[in-house]
Design a protein around this ligand. Structure first.
Ligand SMILES: NC(=O)c1ccc[n+]([C@@H]2O[C@H](COP(=O)([O-])OP(=O)(O)OC[C@H]3O[C@@H](n4cnc5c(N)ncnc54)[C@H](OP(=O)(O)O)[C@@H]3O)[C@@H](O)[C@H]2O)c1
Length: 241
């Protein structure tokens, strides 16, 4: 018995945080593989093009997620692939991190993926197929100093991924956690790792396309295969990340 060649033609993908960085690369990769891609982020203007729809959405806002989800379901149907990617990041010692810094990080990095999952998972389960991809981080399993909020959000996200995997294990819905180390995207601009000792330099970091290739690998496996977790690190990196 031979498997059909891998393709996403006719599939609908939803990618959060797709205006730049990893999310943009994932959206482009999934579109290149044949799917129609819905891209969400706060700064994207509403637009549509060939096999692409852009919708503005703050994923940490329950009402905004409900509104955008209702539109996607009504206008395009139930997504086949959902990539929870939107995220924010800062580095500060715990005493310098404000309650607002902490709350905002949890709200975008953890509540956002929860809101997306709780909205769409019942539809995937009813259909008996679908793939929920979560972009975690090396910070979902390695503690880095200055990362209290980010680590809390990403360790939490890994926990949520594991629970969703258990809840969905008999439904036909797949779940994949992709956990990259440093990737050269605008998320590092405020940190400026090239100017600070102890950080992986931008030239050594992975590229957003490397993470997109991992997502593509996971979603193109035959339906019987669930790629549960992918960890990626730059070949050359410092212990600080
Ligand atoms: N770069 C790395 O080294 C690295 C390593 C491991 C994991 N990650 C993870 O990968 C993901 C993407 O990171 P990146 O490096 O690509 O960052 P980035 O270049 O800063 O892009 C972040 C994306 O998230 C969107 N976003 C931020 N807040 C949002 C919100 N409230 N609602 C909707 N969209 C929001 C941004 O768009 P708008 O500003 O338009 O909303 C943007 O599209 C994050 O989850 C990050 O934690 C990154």
């Amino acid at each position: 018995m031979s498997d059909a060649p891998p393709t996403l033609v006719g599939k609908l993908a939803l990618v959060t945080g797709a205006s730049r960085g990893i999310g943009l690369a994932v959206a482009e990769e999934l579109q290149a593989a044949g799917s129609h891609v819905v891209r969400l982020s706060r700064s994207l203007a509403e637009a549509s093009a060939d096999r692409r729809t852009d919708l503005p959405c703050d994923v940490s806002d329950p009402a905004a997620v409900a509104r955008v989800a209702a539109r996607i379901l009504a206008e395009r149907g139930v997504p086949d692939i959902i990539v929870n990617n939107a995220g924010i990041f800062f580095i500060k010692p715990v005493a310098d991190a404000t309650p607002d810094d902490f709350a905002r990080t949890i709200s975008v990095n953890l509540t956002g993926p929860f809101l997306i999952a709780r909205t769409f998972v019942p539809h995937l389960v009813r259909r008996g197929s679908g793939h929920l991809v979560t972009i975690g981080s090396v910070s979902d399993h390695v503690p880095y100093t200055g990362s209290t909020a980010y680590a809390a959000s990403k360790y939490g996200l890994r926990g949520m991924h594991e629970v969703l995997r258990a809840e969905l294990s008999r439904t036909g819905v797949r779940t994949t956690l992709v956990s990259p180390g440093p990737v050269d995207t605008p998320i590092w601009d405020a940190v400026d790792p090239d100017a600070k000792p102890g950080f992986t330099k931008r030239r050594d970091m992975m590229r957003a396309e490397d993470v997109a290739a991992a997502v593509r690998y996971a979603v193109l496996q035959p339906a019987r295969v669930d790629v549960t977790e992918i960890r990626l690190m730059p070949t050359v990196y410092t212990a600080r990340g």
